[in-house]
Design a protein around this ligand. Structure first.
Ligand code: NAD
Ligand code: IPM
Ligand code: MN
Length: 357
């Protein structure tokens, strides 16, 4: 088969980690007889520098015409003082919206080989954990009305959290469907003790739950959830939550796996086409040094094979290659912890993964 993949490498470490994932996909293509055609498009700060706009029309068109998109990361100090509507991050929101990708899957599991890198006490994670955050991606406060106005104390800014029943229903369905293929438990996280949007969220999630009597449903307030994630992460199977809560909780979940450099994601809508990206950012502090962990992006490519192209054997091959190198003690700088292992570079980590495919 031939697959056309759009690459939006972005800024900071984006180009380094996407190049790693492309090498992995090329090796998989050779091994299993698939052709992956790659076309690169500008998105984020690099697009602002080249064209003046963070999300050029050509990028949107290229992504919409592709079979799927692999994205690095966007943003950096160079563009931090630009107004909100022309910041690199705006391009990320724009492409998610333009592609209709309302479901963001962020799996977080503790690899046995990385248990020493987990900052939680050993007794808490002795049996590991394996959870999936299902984050709503095209609604909520990220997309609500915002602006500046004259307020009671002079100038004020505002952002609005907004959710429709339809948006909640479809993300809830995605979570229940995912739970059916896992351990059959959904925890819906909200702030229903304060927010009206959360009260609609909770009510709607329970209405959808009626169609999934085989799946257990529990509600949890977000402040408690942030605490429970470090108290007992193994209690969670599937977490479903709003755009902003999912953003915050997934960074927290990533660190208890050892590093944010480990967590992949898949963004999906109604069709097969998706956008795949690590959950971390452009890591300006380590950009261009060949030390970033490419695993989150490589695992995002594996998710693309599984979810967009139905190539499960190929996806598993990548995932077990990652398992093997971690079991052999190969570590980038972010996952050495106090082990005393000398870290490998981004390129060396990729080479070692390629050897296992
Ligand atoms: P970040 O995720 O870029 O970095 C946080 C910390 O984690 C840094 O110390 C960084 O070095 C480290 N880190 C991240 N990825 C790593 C990897 N693969 N290997 C090793 N270490 C890694 O978050 P930040 O510093 O808050 O944001 C930096 C920029 O990235 C900002 O402009 C932000 O808006 C943007 N951002 C973009 C995305 C995205 O494109 N999806 C996501 C988050 C943040
Ligand atoms: C993420 C990022 C983005 C988000 C930012 C950069 C817009 O933090 O993908 O987690 O908040 O969705
Ligand atoms: Mn984030």
């Amino acid at each position: 088969m031939v697959y056309n993949i759009a690459l939006t490498k972005g800024d900071g470490i984006g180009p380094e980690i996407v190049d790693s994932a492309v090498r992995v996909l090329e090796k998989i293509g050779k091994k299993y007889g698939h052709t992956f055609n790659f076309s690169s498009y500008l998105l984020g700060g690099c697009a602002i520098d080249a064209t003046g706009a963070p999300l050029p029309e050509e990028t949107v068109k290229g992504c919409l015409e592709s079979d799927s998109v692999l994205l690095g990361a966007v943003g950096g100090p160079k563009w931090d003082s630009l107004p909100g509507n022309i910041r690199p991050e705006k391009a990320l929101l724009g492409i998610r919206e333009a592609m209709g990708l309302y479901t963001n899957l962020r799996p977080a599991r503790l690899y046995p080989a990385l248990s020493e890198e987990c900052p939680l006490r050993r007794d808490i994670v002795k049996d590991g954990f394996d959870l999936l955050i299902v984050r709503e991606l095209t609604g909520g406060i990220y997309f609500g009305e915002r602006g500046y106005r004259d307020g009671r104390y002079g100038e004020e800014a505002y952002d609005t959290e907004r959710y429709s029943r339809l948006e909640i229903e479809r993300i809830a369905r995605a979570a229940f469907e995912a739970a059916r293929k896992r351990r059959g438990k959904v925890t819906s996280i909200d702030k229903a003790n304060v927010l009206e949007t959360s009260r609609l969220w909770r009510k709607t999630v329970h209405e959808v739950a009626a169609d999934y009597p085989d799946v257990e449903i529990a509600d949890m307030l977000v402040d408690n959830a942030a605490m429970q994630l470090v108290k007992n992460p193994a209690q969670f199977d599937v977490i479903v939550t709003s755009n902003m809560f999912g953003d915050i909780l997934s960074d927290e979940a990533s660190q208890i796996t050892g590093s944010i450099g480990m967590l992949p994601s898949a963004s999906l809508g109604e069709g097969r086409r998706g956008l795949y990206e690590p959950i971390h950012g452009s890591a300006p502090d380590i950009a261009g040094k060949n030390i970033a962990n490419p695993i989150a992006t490589i695992l995002s490519a594996a998710m693309m094979l599984r979810y967009s192209f139905s190539l499960s054997a190929e996806a598993e091959n990548i995932e077990s290659a990652v398992d093997s190198v971690l079991n052999e003690g190969v570590r980038t700088a972010d996952i050495i912890g106090s082990s005393g292992i000398s870290p490998v570079s981004t390129v060396e980590m990729t080479d070692r993964i390629l050897e296992k495919i």
